[in-house]
Each structure stands twice: as structure tokens, then as C-alpha cells.
Design a protein around this ligand. Structure first.
Ligand code: ATP
Ligand code: K
Ligand code: MG
Length: 711
């Protein structure tokens, strides 16, 4: 089993692996730790990661970046609309209302879903891990922003499937950071927790997490975020600054030219980085547009001046995280900043002002998320022994279950009244399972939805589950237990619907049996609700809450409707009653998610594209082999092979080599793998005998030497 962590960033991705001696961030083919999140589509193949970044300038319209911004969002999402305005590639609305990315690939324009493109990127990262571990990688942990919706989480899981990965845990990026921070600490307090605020400023978003650390554990207390506040906003401010300036000074409008825009944006990002360490930064671009060279310069003060609207937004997520945690700034003992976007000095100034203390940078700001992910994967893996450290994760949204009144209530107008109850309130532990009891006479459905869609940018309804049909043996209405799960990835689903029928059982022996079953059930439920702490209180309390709501709806006395308590009661007081449990068929519709057939198709497509990439890479290798044979042989023919080939043959061979070299740059520039292989063989037919003669003479020479030495 592989133990790998992936940090999939808007701009940069990192891969960390667990080895016996610890966690390592591994290098990609170009010996970089960071791999750009870019997929570039070409005429013959795709270029992904660093290769994709290298192709961007030459092929901007087919270089897909900012994939994390597009995944799992509706096309109408205002943030997506804003984002695609500055993207050089084409994004349109698909028939399902979700975005489609268009790129010219293998000579024709093709459409890809953001999930597919993320799959391509993940597949590249998987390859990096495999090369370093020299083993297949399937199991892994992937970091996701805490603000990712249910659909976005599902999209990441689908992208992972497309890449041939199996995520054991989609972990919140800030939690991964907190884990990487806490697990190595040997001086954590026993009683009063150490409260640490983690602030991650990435390329496109900002996340805050306040966590309480005690010996051997961390508890996430609250989250804050701004989905659209990150390093790129500074690039954008600089871009507008210089674009306006150049319009005046050089009469050029870069917004009318995709390549010029891309180049100016890239130059602005550099200026921003220079300003992090220097008081002024120059900006010079040759031949930006209309054959004009442009020059500019900006001081840090001026940069901070134009950044005020961005900087003003930093406080809000901080305030929200504090108030949700019920803490004041004095209660926060330490502030840790991570994410490369935080290297802007003005950012640190604001954080210092807000917390009244200097933020620290004890973590590796770009690597901590991937390291935390690898650590979490190691914790979940049986092959690694990791220091005992518990993570109590908290869910950032409130999730409700909604349903219509029971069918028999319809006559009284009851069907009209849509009912709902919060199943997982904001801050709920992840993972968690809740049970709700329904009294129904036939098939019924329940909706899973967000309780509060204010600044969520997602439709309220997540999914609908239809439970039934079922046959009840007696009575009009049957009692059904519906189990809802918030899984490790923060994805909510209805897991099962069970028909519960009480049967009179005469035989007293069954008492113990029924006790056992009931007990096991309760244990299981509480273990699922709070695996880390084994704190069964959480589950009991929550079960009671949901009970109140369902009982009101059905007009059933509260006492008759306490799912967990009911089971406890049956074991204590009703030895003669046995509950017969029957699974009820369950069908699921998740709005906007890929169907499993679509995922399967995408897996096949990815396989084809990967094969094409591999064939092209091999073709390139074969072509390079011919080329280097030509150069190498030419050198040797005028050097050490000179005496092993007669002059006329050498001249003929040299002419042949020249002919092949010319061919490589003309007719043979773009041939198939087989043609290059044949060409190399053709040359070797002439060259090999020379090489053999040379080697034989070497061996003879060495025998003589040895003999001479003996004498
Ligand atoms: P996200 O977390 O939003 O998914 P990411 O993880 O890819 O994105 P990071 O790699 O943490 O983002 O940060 C990238 C941002 O940091 C870019 O906007 C980049 O320009 C910026 N950045 C990198 N180095 C510096 C620097 N020296 N000074 C200022 N900004 C920098
Ligand atoms: K990153
Ligand atoms: Mg990041």
C-alpha cells in the first residue's frame, strides 16, 4: 500500500511520500518540488505540469490552468464567471449547466469537464510519486479547501478515480497543516489547550483554521475563508496598474491580445515577488504588443496603495473564525502563516495588527499541506507506525434533511408542508452518522440540503434519496430508520433505510441475543460518530435532536421515537420483543455529479490519452536516439574508430550520417516510432562492425598489457 499525500493547488501541486525515516516532498522530472497545475493540449499529445507550463506561452489558448477554481461549480456561479474572464482558454456552459473546457487536441477542438482535467493533473502527480517510490501508487490523501461543497468534494473523488487513485481521506488543507504542526510537538499541554490560528494564503483563496492542541491530539475549533482572496489578486492589481499605464504611454491595449495579457500577467507576478524582498521592482517586456517594448517601475508603497481593496478583505475571515471558535485574540496563543501568497509583506502587517502579535513561519509554507496529507495517509495505513495523534475534524457547513409529510397526512393537506431538520450542524465532527426515524406506509423520499446557502454559491439541494418500496407485515405505517453519513471526505449521503418490525418472541433465551445485537448496534453507531474520541455522548445527543423533529412531523409522541434510545430500551426492558430489520431499497440522485457510467467513460478516455502521450514520448526518445547516434558516431569516426575502418568506407559512412541528420530536420522530423527504430538499425548495420573491431582490439591490447605486466 502506498503512503502518499497530494497538495493540489490552484497554481502549484506538491507530492509528499512517507518513507521509513519520515516524510519527504519528492522532486518531479525537472527536479522541482512544485509542479504547476497546468494541462496543455497539443497536436500530438498533452503536456502536463512543468511541461505544460513550458508550453503555455506558445499555446495559451490550449493551456488549461486554475482547474481547482472550475471544478464542481455551476457555469452560472458568479465567481466562475469572474474567473473565466481572465482565463486565456475557452469555457462554455454544458447541457447540464456545468462548465466545459474547450481545447484543440490532436487536430480538433474537444470538450473536457474540469473533473477530467483535474484527473489528468492528478495522474501526472501520481506518476511523480511512483517514480520516486518505484512502486504503484493508488492509496493516498488529497488536500482540499475547507470551503469545498459536497459537489466539489465528489468531483475531486471522481478526478482521483480517473487518475487511478483511491483517496483514503480528502483532508482539509488547513487541517493537514495543523497535523504537520502538532504531531512533532513534544511539549503540548495536558489540560488547557494551546490555541493556534493557521492562515493559508494561496494563489486564489485564503483559509483560516483555529485549532486547539493538547498532548496527542488536535481539535479543529473553527474555520474562516475567503474563496477568492489570494496571491493572484495582487497580480491582477498590478496588471491593471500597468495595463492602464501602457495604454497611456504606448497606446496599446493588452486586454485585446491574449498572449500580451498572459505575458503582462506573468511579469506582474514576478514584480510582486520582487517587491516581497525589495523596495522597488522594474518591469520590462520586449515586444509586448504592436512590436513595442514596454518599461515600467513600481515602489512597494505604491504597490501597497493599489492593494488596499484586497488587504481590506483579510480581516473578515479572521473575525469569523474567532467568533465561531468563541475566542478572542488574546485566547489565540500562536499564529502560523503558510501558503506562498502570504509572502507579501503587507499581508503580514495586517495579520500582526489583527492578532496583536507577529505571525510565525515555523512551517515550510509551501510544503506543509502535502506533508500533512502524507502524514494522514500514514496514520490510516497499516504499514506505518505513526505516533499516536488524534485529529478531531470539524465540518464547515450545516446540512439538513428535508421531506414531505407522510402520505396519509395528504388528505389533511399535510403533504404540502415540507419539513426539515438539521442533521449535521456546522462544526459537526467528521466523520459522523445520524439516524432518523420515519413512520411511512409506502415509498418516500428525502432531500439532503444545505441549511444555509448564504455566500455558498451552490444550489441548496445536494441530493435526493428514494426509500422503498417496502412491505409492512402489519399496520398501516411502518417504522423506518434512515441512516445519514457524513464521511471522512465531508461528503453526505443517506446510507441505508431499514424497516423495523417488532416481533413477539416467546423464548426467553433470545433475551441475551437481543441484548447483544442492540449493544453492538449502539457501539457501532457511537464509534462511527466519534471514532477518535469514542465519545458516545455526541451521538446520543444528536440522535435525540433529530428525533424531536421527526416525531413532531408524524405526530407521534416523543418517547416512541428515539432511535438510539429505543434500542437501548429494548435490551433493558423488553426481553420478549425482538426487532426484525429489513433493508429497504435506496436510490440516489446527486445533483450535478457524474454518474458512475460517465466516470467509467472518463477513465477509458484518460487511458487512451495517456497511451497517446506515452507513444509520443517514446517516439521522441527514439528520434533522440537516432540523433545522438549520428553525433556520437561522427565524433568517434574521426577519433578512436579511425583506424578500424578503411578510408573509403569511412567517407561513405560519414556521408550517410550527414544524410540522416538532414533527414531528421526535414522529411524525418515527424515520423513514427517504427521509422526511427528502422533508421537507427540501418546506421548500426554499418557502425556495429566498426565498434566490434575496436572493442576486440581493446581486449587484445589488455591481454598483452596483462601479460607484459606478468613478465
Ligand atoms: P491555493 O492554495 O489557492 O490552491 P496554491 O497552493 O497553488 O493555491 P501557493 O503555492 O501557496 O498557492 O501560492 C501561490 C501564490 O503565491 C501565487 O500567487 C504566487 O505568485 C505567490 N507567491 C509565491 N512566491 C511569492 C513571493 N515571494 N512573494 C509574493 N507572492 C509570492
Ligand atoms: K500549493
Ligand atoms: Mg495551497
Amino acid at each position: 500500500m502506498s503512503v502518499v499525500g497530494f497538495d493540489f493547488g490552484n497554481e502549484n501541486c506538491l507530492v509528499a511520500v512517507a518513507r521509513q525515516r519520515g516524510i519527504d516532498v519528492v522532486l518531479n522530472d525537472e527536479s522541482n518540488r512544485e509542479t504547476p497545475a497546468i494541462v496543455c493540449f497539443g497536436d500530438k499529445q498533452r503536456f502536463i505540469g512543468t511541461a505544460g507550463a513550458a508550453s503555455t506561452m506558445m499555446n495559451p489558448k490550449n493551456s488549461i490552468s486554475q482547474i481547482k477554481r472550475l471544478i464542481g461549480r455551476q457555469f452560472s456561479d458568479p465567481e466562475l464567471q469572474r474567473d473565466i474572464k481572465s482565463l486565456p482558454f475557452s469555457v462554455t456552459e454544458g447541457p447540464d449547466g456545468y462548465p466545459l473546457i474547450h481545447a484543440n487536441y490532436l487536430g480538433e477542438v474537444r470538450a473536457f469537464t474540469p473533473t477530467q482535467v483535474m484527473g489528468m493533473m492528478l495522474s501526472n502527480l501520481k506518476g511523480i510519486a511512483e517514480k520516486n517510490l518505484n512502486a504503484a501508487v493508488v492509496d493516498c490523501c488529497i488536500g482540499i479547501p475547507v470551503y469545498f461543497t459536497d459537489l466539489q468534494r465528489r468531483a475531486v473523488l471522481d478526478a482521483a478515480t480517473i487518475a487511478g487513485l483511491h483517496p483514503l481521506h480528502l483532508i482539509h488543507e488547513t487541517t493537514a497543516t495543523a497535523l504537520a504542526y502538532g504531531i512533532y510537538k513534544t511539549d503540548l499541554p495536558e489540560n488547557e489547550p494551546l490555541n493556534v490560528a493557521f492562515i493559508d494564503i494561496g494563489h486564489a483563496s485564503m483559509q483560516v483554521c483555529i485549532a486547539g492542541f493538547k498532548k496527542g491530539q488536535l481539535k479543529v475549533l473553527s474555520h474562516g475563508f475567503d474563496r477568492s482572496l489570494g496571491g493572484r489578486d495582487f497580480d491582477e492589481a498590478l496588471f491593471h496598474h500597468f495595463a492602464t499605464k501602457f495604454k497611456d504611454e504606448y497606446k496599446i491595449d493588452v486586454s485585446q491580445n491574449a498572449k500580451a495579457s498572459l505575458r503582462l500577467r506573468a511579469a506582474c507576478e514576478k514584480v510582486k515577488k520582487v517587491l516581497s524582498a525589495n523596495p522597488v521592482a522594474p518591469l520590462n517586456i520586449e515586444c509586448l504588443m504592436d512590436e513595442k517594448d514596454v518599461r515600467g517601475v513600481i515602489k512597494r508603497e505604491e504597490f501597497e496603495e493599489i492593494s488596499i481593496p484586497i488587504l481590506e478583505r483579510v480581516k473578515r475571515p479572521l473575525e469569523k473564525a474567532l467568533s465561531d471558535a468563541g475566542l478572542t485574540v488574546e485566547d489565540v496563543h500562536m499564529v502560523e502563516v503558510v501558503g506562498s501568497g502570504s509572502r507579501v509583506p503587507a499581508m503580514i502587517k495586517i495579520l500582526t495588527e489583527f492578532f496583536g502579535k507577529e505571525p510565525r513561519r515555523t512551517m515550510n509554507a509551501s510544503e506543509c499541506v502535502s506533508r500533512g496529507c502524507a502524514l494522514q495517509c500514514a496514520i490510516l495505513s497499516p504499514t506505518f507506525k505513526v505516533r499516536e495523534f488524534q485529529v478531531h475534524e470539524s465540518f464547515p457547513f450545516s446540512i439538513s434533511l428535508a421531506w414531505k409529510g407522510a402520505a396519509s397526512d395528504a388528505q389533511n393537506g399535510g403533504a404540502e408542508n415540507q419539513q426539515s431538520t438539521i442533521v449535521f450542524p456546522k462544526g459537526n465532527l467528521i466523520p459522523s452518522v445520524k439516524a432518523l426515524t420515519f413512520y411511512r406506509s409506502g415509498t418516500f423520499s428525502v432531500d439532503v440540503q444545505y441549511s444555509d446557502v448564504k455566500d455558498l454559491h451552490a444550489p441548496p439541494k445536494i441530493s435526493t434519496y428514494t426509500n422503498g418500496p417496502f412491505q409492512s407485515s402489519k399496520g398501516e405505517r411502518s417504522k423506518l430508520k434512515v441512516k445519514v453519513r457524513l464521511n471522512l471526505h465531508g461528503v453526505v449521503s443517506v446510507e441505508s433505510a431499514t424497516l423495523l418490525e417488532e416481533e413477539e418472541v416467546e423464548v426467553p433465551v433470545s433475551k441475551e441475543k437481543s441484548q447483544e445485537t442492540a449493544k453492538m448496534d449502539t457501539d457501532k453507531a457511537s464509534a462511527e460518530a466519534a471514532p477518535a474520541s469514542g465519545d458516545s455522548d455526541v451521538n446520543m445527543q444528536d440522535a435525540k435532536e433529530t428525533t424531536d423533529a421527526t416525531s413532531t412531523e408524524n405526530g407521534v409522541p416523543e418517547s416512541a421515537d428515539k432511535p438510539v434510545q429505543m434500542e437501548t430500551d429494548s435490551k433493558a426492558e423488553a426481553p420478549k420483543k425482538k426487532v426484525k430489520k429489513t433493508n429497504v431499497p435506496l436510490s440516489e440522485v446527486v445533483y450535478g455529479a457524474l454518474k458512475s457510467l460517465e466516470v467509467e467513460k472518463a477513465v477509458e478516455k484518460e487511458f487512451e490519452m495517456a497511451l497517446q502521450d506515452r507513444v509520443m514520448e517514446e517516439t521522441k526518445d527514439r528520434k533522440n536516439a537516432v540523433e545522438s547516434y549520428v553525433y556520437d558516431m561522427r565524433n568517434k569516426l574521426s577519433d578512436k574508430y579511425q583506424e578500424y575502418i578503411i578510408d573509403s568506407e569511412r567517407e561513405a559512412f560519414l556521408a550517410k550520417l550527414q544524410e540522416v541528420e538532414d533527414w531528421l530536420y526535414e522529411d524525418g522530423e515527424d515520423e513514427t516510432k517504427g521509422v526511427y527504430l528502422a533508421k537507427l538499425d540501418e546506421l548500426k548495420k554499418v557502425g556495429d562492425p566498426v565498434e566490434v573491431r575496436y572493442k576486440e582490439s581493446l581486449e587484445r591490447g589488455s591481454v598483452i598489457d596483462q601479460l607484459g605486466y606478468c613478465i
